[in-house]
Design a protein around this ligand. Structure first.
Ligand code: G3I
Length: 390
């Protein structure tokens, strides 16, 4: 056990990999800094000159990226410092909110692609890939949808929505989150573990099949993904959720539904136990189904960590390091994305999310309020390089 909240049966950080450096990149650009071990991180100035996380990810042969919005908390994609940070760190972007149904079609039939187009254009101009998020989710659904689903035309409504959105970006999207959070949280009411949503109410579990089929027809080249949270930690409710997600995906694969990846959201919590063995076994089960794995929304809710910024940053970074070491050991994992790159635009620091009880703002991401690299940045860099060297 490395930390009270990390149960480990293996050495999470390959010290040998750091020392040897498997690639020229690793040897020349290693962000090891003053210490190779977890818990000790360099000051922002020492991290500033290192290559971006996308370069560390490339050394491992995977993608690194983040969620973006055209403008959020007064930070716009056209802000030079923010834009530069995004392009330096990332080679894949995902729309945080702009591609959700509620953002695209608040009024039935009146499609508004302005925000979604801005995100897609930013990704393309940066030479980065684009993830689409999300086609069916029980949140951010326009008010007109539920009555429309209930009036007997549910399949047609869903197919039209997916054909319009996926069709618009056909050939430009690396992967789509087709269904988001379709499995319930404990205590789960249904025996199959599925979340009761307007889509389930209208069509039963077959709504998954319809959604993935519609997305595949609209863009056969996009990697179609099922995306969910609470899969990472050691608590019993996470174990239940892992089990139910696995059962869902096994069923979809058996029915030849074109699901090709699992998105592990990875909204981590410093207050919760991380049990490496349980999480690693789950990833292995997913890989055995022939699915890719993407880390889609990585960040840390630090309400369980002390107010002191150095101690808090180190705890968040250590947790991310432990989590990524296990994830990146699984070859099926081919992309890691954070849910925002900078603390001041993290959803955890914006209403309606509660602040910490001590009034401090959360420090959930890799860049601070001045867009300087934090210990979490270094933890990710180290984990990517260690994985590249294995
Ligand atoms: O844009 C308005 C702004 O004009 C207004 O002043 C402000 C007042 O609160 O609200 C702003 O809209 C908010 C929007 O985020 C942009 O910040 C919405 O109220 C708020 O509901 C919305 O929350 C988003 C949430 O999904 C619901 O769609 C978060 O940004 C977004 O980070 C979050 O993302 C989800 C993923 O899609 C799925 N996984 C979990 C993740 C976190 O909840």
């Amino acid at each position: 056990m490395k930390y009270p909240w990390v149960q480990s049966e293996r050495v999470g950080c390959s010290r040998r990999a750091f020392l040897l450096g498997a690639t020229g990149f690793a040897a020349a650009m290693s962000p090891i800094g003053s210490a190779a071990g977890a818990g000790i991180y360099d000051a922002p100035a020492a991290l500033a000159t290192m290559p971006g996380l996308k370069d560390h990810a490339s050394a491992k042969g995977i993608l690194f990226g983040t969620a973006i919005a055209p403008t959020k908390n007064n930070l716009s994609l056209s802000d030079p410092a923010y834009g530069s940070a995004l392009v330096t760190e990332c080679n894949v972007f995902v729309a945080e909110n702009a591609m959700k149904w509620g953002s695209l079609e608040a009024t039935r039939g009146a499609l508004t692609f302005g925000g979604a187009d801005a995100v897609a254009t930013f990704a393309e101009r940066s030479g980065a890939k684009l993830r689409g998020h999300t086609l069916l989710w029980h949140q951010n659904v326009p008010g007109w949808v539920e009555p429309a689903l209930g009036s007997g035309g549910a399949e047609a409504v869903i197919r039209k929505h997916i054909a319009e959105v996926v069709g618009r970006y056909k050939g430009r999207v690396h992967s789509w989150d087709v269904v988001n959070e379709g499995v319930g949280d404990a205590p789960v009411a249904r025996a199959d573990g599925l979340r009761t949503t307007p889509f389930l109410n209208a069509l039963g579990p077959t709504y998954f099949d319809i959604a993935f089929d519609a997305a595949h027809q609209a863009d056969p080249d996009a990697v179609l993904t099922y995306n969910d949270y609470n899969l990472e930690h050691g608590a019993p409710y996470n174990a239940t959720k892992r089990n139910n997600v696995l059962r869902l995906l096994e069923g979809l694969r058996k029915r030849n539904v074109p699901v090709q990846a699992l998105g592990v959201q990875a909204h981590l919590h410093t207050g919760e136990m991380f049990v490496e063995r349980d999480y690693a076994r789950f990833l292995n089960d997913i890989a055995q189904l022939g699915l890719k794995i993407f880390v889609t929304e990585l960040d840390v809710d630090d309400r369980g960590a002390p107010m002191d910024v150095s101690a808090r940053d180190a705890q968040c970074a250590d947790l991310v390091r432990a989590f990524l070491d296990v994830t990146l050991a699984q070859k099926a994992c081919t992309a890691v994305l954070t849910w925002g790159i900078a603390d001041k635009i993290s959803w955890l620091n914006l209403p309606p999310q509660p602040l910490r009880s001590d009034g401090a703002t959360h420090r959930p991401t890799v860049l601070d309020d001045d867009l300087k690299r934090k210990p979490m940045w270094q933890a990710i860099a180290r984990s990517l390089l260690a994985a590249a060297a294995r």
